[in-house]
Ligand binder design. Sequence first.
Ligand code: 13P
Ligand code: SF4
Length: 328
Amino acid sequence: MGDDLKTKGFLDIPIDFSLDLFAEINKLKKEKNAIILAHYYQDADIQDIADYIGDSLGLSQEAAKTDADIIVFAGVHFMAETAKILSPNKKVLLPDLNAGCSLADSCPADKFEEFKKAYPDHLVISYINCSADLKTLTDIVCTSTNAVQIVESLPKDQKIIFAPDKNLGAYINKKSVRNMVLWDGACMVHEIFSLEKIIKLKRQHPHALLLAHPECESNLLEIADYIGSTTGILKYATGSDGKEFIVATEAGIIHQMQKANPNKSFIPAPPNNSCACNDCPHMKLNTLEKLYNCLKYEQPEIVLSNDLIERAKKPILKMLELSALFGL
Ligand code: 13P
Ligand code: SF4
């Protein structure tokens, strides 16, 4: 079992195919006082078994307040790490340790530390999609839900470095008329959308509204009808009189959009390749089978040193404090 984790990053233990995994997972959850937190980008069956489904802000708020003994985090590594930082006394499990994030990887902490030296009088705001090490170099963490409000809560003349997402940073700069220094990072999923194919799709569906995540490039955001986090996109579609939507974020969110709005239609925005929709290869590493084994054997577990937890916690708590002030 230990070898599996070292070589594969997940437990590759064969599962009896006659098992009803939904029933088994529910049984294990009760026995172990465990909770499953899932991001909207997870597979539909993982979303369906989760106790809470949300965006990065909602998931961290939930991780901070749960009284479960075990958190199974169906998401990517930085999210599970954040849950561990906020709930250090709980066991935090991630079904596949390889579930990383191209955006988090685009900003190694040692390189950022060097970069930061050139801006000694700047405050650092980091998007939550980054490593715990990067969070220790950060003053305030933000998510796509609260990023604009956090920046706007600071004095206009406050000098800021924003890391690691240059697209979200450029969006905030434009919206809040700021001039934050941007780290040159991006998400592989949100950068691959084809503007040309989306414009063609809009011509074929003239009434469809384009909903986009702020991790998308600026040329796409310029033609979007709504820009927001995954929770924002879901709420907007649910509250809108529109009947058709083109969704420019990871396609997993469409599961909840369709469930909440069975009479509306959702078209995944096409990427710049031959696929019809855009999946995050990291998020999709988690499967129901890996989740079952992870809960059953309580591995792989997120383990962080107390020192790292203490240092990375400060900017996350600052974000949660500000979010509560904003009523988020
Ligand atoms: P939100 O969860 O804030 O919508 O961000 C999406 C994302 O890319 C998570 O990795
Ligand atoms: Fe990271 Fe992008 Fe995947 Fe989100 S969608 S986890 S930002 S690679």
